[in-house]
Design a protein around this ligand. Sequence first.
Ligand code: PSV
Ligand code: MN
Length: 411
Amino acid sequence: MADLWREEWKLLERKLQDRGLDVTAIRTAVANFRCETPSWGYGPSGTRFGVFPQPGEARTIHEKLEDAGECHRLTGVCPTVAVHIPWDKADDYDALKGFAAQQKVRIGAVNPNVFQDLDYKYGSFGHADERVRRKALEHMQECCAIMKSVGSDILSLWFADGTDYPGQADFRERKQRFTECLQATYKMLPAKSRMLIEYKLFEPAFYHTDLADWGMALNFAQKCGENAQVLVDLGHHAQGVNIEHLVAFLIDEKRLGGFHFNNRKYADDDLTCGSTNPYELFLIFAELTAAEAEKSTLPHPIAYMIDQSHNTKNKLEAMIQTVEQVQTAQAKALLVNRKKLKAAQANNDVVGAERCVMEAYNTDVEPLLMSVREQLGAALKPLEIFRLSDYTRKKAEARRGKVAGAGLGVN
Ligand code: PSV
Ligand code: MN
């Protein structure tokens, strides 16, 4: 009974071969997929209405790395962890790198934070006061130094800059200050690293945001240099925006740098990726997998990262569940028969083309994922195994009484 999935995999393999798909290429792409988890997704978080602590949740960067290590041990595809500075500030970054290695993970993207300090009330790079902009740039310098110490090659930028009321500030002046500061930051990057520019429609500012959409992020990236690219956070668009289209556009411009996976229903909800709109996630992956198959289209690997805060779910369960959902979307996207799709598109066969896409989406890829997980030495069903384990209970014992470190109190 326990090995039933093997039979299911054999059947699926045959089905995929019958459809004319290259099963080896599909397996390789699934096995090579990696997804970074965020330190802040393991720590205390909440809404502006309250924060509800969970037993055993990580309080320090070390505990977050322990949890990230557990996520990687079970899934086999999350070897890196994004950090947010100063939330994850450490006295000794060489030691932190060593501690991460003990958990069998590495530190990935370094995220500067120029939105919490009182000085940033009216912005950071967009601020009218040169002193505040200099302070923000010094923080960028600090983050680049951290990148060098921990061996990270991604500086991931997001700004809360914006205004709340018409007339509050001059849009063009703010844009010019942003250009200057982003260019200055670009020059600070350690060798062979890149800078990702994330945009967001609104929040915390409610009238205008200086970096509001992908077009603005693309424009700034182009003004910096080829190692500046756009980061797409799935929660940062207006309702109804066709994200897969803008993803394809950015790929074609060779400026798609990375993703922050999550899902939303109303605003930037930070819900589990694939929970409210799995079809959209699949369609985004259909663009990504198509481009990845044509090696020449992507100058850099796309940095796949999760950006979520789990308020009602157990943090680690939610993270593992997210990884499974993202893997499922990627695996399904790999099943789109590109040759058939191209032919249907060339003939303006609208129904035929959509059927190609739907056929892939409607395929159960669980046996494929299990067979790849076995190959990777991961748990066959990571979430199920985690829920059967006593990890949370043990951590609740070990972490009892610890004081919360710096972290995302309210997101
Ligand atoms: C902002 O909403 C964001 O998406 C940015 O990526 C931040 O770094 C992250 O969330 C945590 O606040
Ligand atoms: Mn984000």
